[in-house]
Ligand binder design. Sequence first.
Ligand SMILES: [Zn+2]
Length: 175
Amino acid sequence: MAGHDSAAPVHGWTVDIARLRRDHHGRRTVEGALDVVDLELPAARVPSGMVEHTFDVDATGTDVMVTGRVRFDWRAECRRCLEPVDGSGEVELREVFQLAPVEGETWPVVDDEIDLEPMVREAVLLALPTTAVCRDDCTGPSSDYVVTVGAEPTDEEVAESTDPRWAALDDLEFD
Ligand SMILES: [Zn+2]
């Protein structure tokens, strides 16, 4: 285990399928926390770029089955007040890698290797929030100045405007 382990079937997000079949009976758990490039949407991102993952890689058949889950922390902007909102996401994955992948459905096996990173990136991007709010009753940015300038009557104005009505009521009560 010390030093670089060139015999290991897993390097970063890449799994050597030939080695997995030869040395590990075709099955192996792949887990840890690794960097994924470009985990960013306009309104949300993974600030650390790190994704925790646990996958069962099963290459005992012709296709390679990858099942497991990813976990990540995200940061978004509240769509009402634009303050930062932090959260975490977890996604379950069950994917197939093939020599002749089906566009949009399965992933490629290239040179006896599979690269888990594009699959993980797609899953995380799909799970990032597109409309986050900092709290359910967020009403947007502090709007004290915008709303009240020139709109809210002063105490004097309130007193003046109510006086005539009270005066009229006094008249009615006279008889
Ligand atoms: Zn907010």
